[in-house]
Design a protein around this ligand. Sequence first.
Ligand code: ADP
Ligand code: CDP
Length: 239
Amino acid sequence: MEKLSQITTGKAKSLFATSNPEHLIMEFRDDTSAFDGKKMEALDNKGKVNNQFNAFVMEFLASKGIETHFIELVSGNESLVRKLEMFPIECVVRNRATGSLCKRLGIEDGLILDPPLFEFFLKDDALGDPLINDHHIESFGWASQEQADSMRELSLKANNILVDFFKEANLILVDYKLEFGIFNGKMLLADEFTPDGCRLWDKDTLTKMDKDRFRQDLGNVIETYGEVAERLGMQIKLD
Ligand code: ADP
Ligand code: CDP
């Protein structure tokens, strides 16, 4: 498999064509962004840590019956993935209230959400990724009702698996964002699952162990991602 031209570059990852038209190479860069790209910085080793973290979680989810775009690791900071037709939608699952939910609805930070809360957002930085519902999705043709139902079901199924996965590492999975796409007519989990796109709190101390360390200038961002990886039994290679 040969790495060909870059087809797109986002805030944290770049996608490259390969000799197989159905496959892409996803490169995880060190670039880190927050607040819809208003805060940007390159953090040493983030690309490698997130690429290998993502591979571990995607393979774990696949082993539990959630099909994903991930095929295999190509290098420390690159993975081979299936090329999908992406939905312009972000699926957020919340087990505790924090972040934008608290601001939007005046909810107490840390409130346990039982059952977990599911939300759709439109993936559009210029609009600040607004909250949307099934009706917007169907009326504007961003996905069919059936596809919206599948995204919600898969996101909540992943939650059942991931809450226990992180609990084993003494971590609370507070919330996270997933993206889905279509490959040969089938809905697959895409993009990434890393501490950049979720919130993880230490179960005993409630210490933030995710991208909030970057958003809130708490320091030791990548060292903390590394600690999460270690607690989960991952062996991240940085050379
Ligand atoms: P952003 O678009 O938020 O700046 P990234 O830097 O993470 O984010 O860029 C990755 C881009 O690749 C995103 O737009 C994402 O929707 C897209 N993407 C993720 N997985 C796939 C895939 N398997 N096939 C095609 N596009 C994908
Ligand atoms: O992070 P912020 O407070 O702006 O938004 P949120 O709606 O509270 O985010 C919920 C979860 O989704 C968090 O784990 C975010 O890291 C993640 N998210 C993301 O990865 N990318 C986005 N564009 C929006 C949210």
